[in-house]
Design a protein. Structure first.
Length: 519
C-alpha cells in the first residue's frame, strides 16, 4: 500500500501521486514468493499500509505471527484498514513514515525475525512537490555520501528509494527482510548502494511483475526482496521473470562495484570490459527542434516545423538522423536536416551576423524560442549556441548508435548529398578517419563478444539504456588481440568490400589493424 501526501489539492489524482492500492491477488502473490523462499518472520511492519491489503495477506500467509504494525498518513485509508483488518495482534498508527524513526518510535512487544513489506509511492520528490504534496522527506543523507552526491543535494530522487533506504538504515540492527514493490530502477539503485556501503545482505532477489496489469502503470516494476544480515557482501542477485517463476531468467552481479545486468553474459565477455581507445561523442544538442530541424519538401525547399520556408546559407545545413532512424538502419537517405551554428564549442556564434547574414536573420526572427531553452548549459552563452559539436561532428565516416533502444545496433554513416551526417543528442558516435577504420570498428562492435558484453551491461528498462559511459567501457583493441580477431577482420573486410568501397582493398590481420583504431 502506498501513502499519498496529506492535504493535496482536490483535483490531483491518486495515480498522479503514486498512490496505487495493491490488489488482493498481488498481495497474495508477494507472500507466496516469500513463503517459497523460506522467509521466516514473527513480526511484520508495513510503513505505508494504505487500506491494509498487505497486512491481511501477512496474517493469512503467516498465521502464527506475534505482532503486525501498519503506519499510514491518510485518515481515509486508515479507517478502511481498521474496518477490514480485525486482529488483536494488529496495531495501526496514523503516522508519517518520513517523520517516524522506525527503530525507536515503534514499540515492539516481542522479538523475532522482522519482515518489512509494502508498496511505497512510485513518484519522485519533485513530482510529489509539484502536485501539491506536503509530506515530503526531510533533508537527510540516507545514502551515506558526501557533498553534492548526498541525497539532500540531489535536485530529484525517488520517494520509494528514499523509504527503502530509510528502512535499511534505521532497522539495520534488526537484520530485517525487506519486500517492496518498486520500479526496477529503484531496486537496482538500492542494491548498488548497499553494495557500495558494504551492508551485509544474506540473500536478495528481484521478481518482475506486470505493472500495467496491476496498476495501469507503464513502468518496469518488480518485487525486491532483501534479507539483511550475515557477514558477507552480496555479489549476485537472481532475477525472476514473474512472481510465479521458480527459476531465475538471469543473475545480476557486481564487478568493481558496478552492477552487471547479466553475469553469465559477463563471464563470456569481461576481457572486453575496460576502456575504449577511441572517444565516443554525443550527437548535436540544440533543444529547439521547431526552429533548428528542417525537412526538404518535394519542391526542394526546406521547411521548419512551424511550416515556414527556410532560406539560409547551405554551409550551415546538414543531414540529420534521429535515434529511431539510426536504430532502423535508415542511413542511406533522410528527409531531415539540421542547422549547425558552430564548428566547435569555442566558436562565437555572433560571427554569423557577418559570415551568414541569412542564417543570422532567420535565427534572430526566432530568438524568443532559442532564448527560452530551459537547459542551464545555454545560460550565459552567446546567442544560438549549440552543444555536441566539434571536429568529430564533421567526420565523413562515423559509427553511431541510438541511446534509446534496448538492443544496440551500430551503423556506419557516410556523407549524404556530399555532407557529413549529424545525429541527435539521444545518439552516440565514433568519428572515423576513413572507411577502413569504420569497417574495423563496426565489425568489432557487431562481434559476438561485444554483444555478450552489452547484454551484460545494458539495463533495458532504463530511460536511456545505452550511454556514453557504457560505450566507453568497450575495449575495442582487446577484440583484436584474442581469438575473436580472425572473425572480426573477416567481417571488416566484408563490410569494406560490399558496403563501403567495393575496391577489393583488404584489411590484413597484422599489428597495423590495431594502429588503425588509433588513427
Amino acid at each position: 500500500m502506498t501513502s499519498r501526501p496529506a492535504h493535496g489539492p482536490p483535483d490531483v489524482t491518486a495515480r498522479g501521486l503514486g498512490d496505487w492500492q495493491t490488489t488482493e491477488w498481488l498481495c497474495q502473490q508477494v507472500f507466496d514468493v516469500l513463503v517459497r523462499r523460506g522467509v521466516r518472520c514473527t513480526r511484520v511492519l508495513e510503513p505505508t499500509c494504505g487500506a491494509g491489503g498487505f497486512l491481511r495477506a501477512a496474517l493469512d500467509a503467516y498465521p502464527t505471527l506475534d505482532e503486525i504494525v501498519g503506519l499510514e498518513i491518510q485518515d481515509d485509508h486508515l479507517r478502511e484498514a481498521h474496518r477490514l483488518t480485525k486482529d488483536e495482534r494488529l496495531r495501526l498508527a496514523n503516522a508519517d513514515v518520513f517523520k517516524t524513526n522506525l527503530q525507536s518510535d515503534i514499540r515492539w512487544e516481542t522479538t523475532g525475525p522482522l519482515l518489512v513489506v509494502g508498496n511505497p509511492p512510485w513518484v519522485t520528490n519533485a513530482e510529489l512537490g509539484s502536485l501539491g504534496g506536503r509530506n515530503l522527506p526531510e533533508k537527510s543523507n540516507l545514502r551515506g555520501l558526501n557533498g553534492l552526491d548526498a541525497m539532500t543535494g540531489a535536485s530529484n530522487f525517488d520517494i520509494a528509494e528514499h523509504i527503502t533506504l530509510k528502512v535499511l538504515s534505521e532497522l539495520g540492527p534488526e537484520e530485517p527482510t525487506l519486500a517492496f514493490l518498486v520500479k526496477t530502477s529503484v531496486a537496482r539503485s538500492v542494491l548498488k548502494l548497499s553494495h557500495q556501503l558494504k551492508r551485509p545482505v544474506q540473500r536478495a532477489s528481484i521478481h518482475r511483475f506486470d505493472a500495467s496489469e496491476a496498476f495501469g502503470a507503464a513502468v518496469d516494476a518488480c518485487l525486491l526482496v532483501m534479507e539483511m544480515g550475515g557477514a558477507d557482501i552480496l555479489e549476485e542477485v537472481p532475477v525472476f521473470g514473474s512472481l510465479t517463476d521458480d527459476r531465475p531468467s538471469r543473475t545480476l552481479g557486481f564487478s568493481n562495484s558496478e552492477l552487471i545486468a547479466d553475469m553469465r553474459a559477463y563471464e563470456r565477455s569481461r576481457h572486453l570490459d575496460g576502456a575504449s581507445m577511441l572517444t565516443w561523442r554525443q550527437g548535436v544538442k540544440h533543444d529547439a527542434s521547431r526552429v533548428m530541424e528542417l525537412e526538404r519538401a518535394a519542391d526542394g525547399a526546406l521547411r521548419n516545423k512551424l511550416g515556414e520556408v527556410v532560406d539560409v546559407e547551405d554551409d550551415y545545413v546538414y543531414p540529420l538522423l534521429k535515434a529511431t532512424q539510426l536504430h532502423r538502419g535508415e542511413t542511406s537517405h533522410t528527409p531531415r536536416w539540421v542547422i549547425v551554428t558552430q564548428r566547435s564549442l569555442q566558436d562565437d556564434t555572433r560571427a554569423l551576423r557577418r559570415d551568414a547574414p541569412l542564417l543570422w536573420a532567420y535565427l534572430s526572427s526566432h530568438r524568443d524560442v532559442l532564448d527560452a531553452r530551459k537547459s542551464s548549459v545555454y545560460s550565459g552563452k552567446p546567442p544560438f549556441v549549440m552543444f555536441g559539436v566539434g571536429g568529430y561532428s564533421f567526420a565523413d565516416h562515423k559509427v553511431a548508435v541510438s541511446g534509446l533502444h534496448k538492443t544496440p545496433r551500430f551503423r556506419i554513416l557516410r556523407p549524404l548529398a556530399g555532407k557529413p551526417v549529424m545525429v541527435d543528442d539521444t545518439s552516440y558516435l565514433l568519428p572515423c578517419a576513413n572507411a577502413r577504420q569504420a569497417a574495423v570498428v563496426k565489425a568489432i562492435l557487431d562481434s559476438a563478444a561485444v554483444r555478450y558484453l552489452l547484454r551484460a551491461l545494458v539495463f533495458s528498462d532504463s530511460k536511456r539504456p545505452v550511454t556514453k559511459k557504457l560505450l566507453q567501457r568497450i575495449d575495442l583493441a582487446a577484440a583484436l588481440d584474442g581469438e575473436e580477431a580472425p572473425a572480426v577482420l573477416r567481417e571488416a573486410n566484408r563490410i569494406l568490400d560490399q558496403e563501403l568501397t567495393s575496391t577489393g582493398e583488404a584489411i590484413e590481420i597484422t599489428d597495423a589493424s590495431l594502429t588503425m583504431l588509433a588513427i
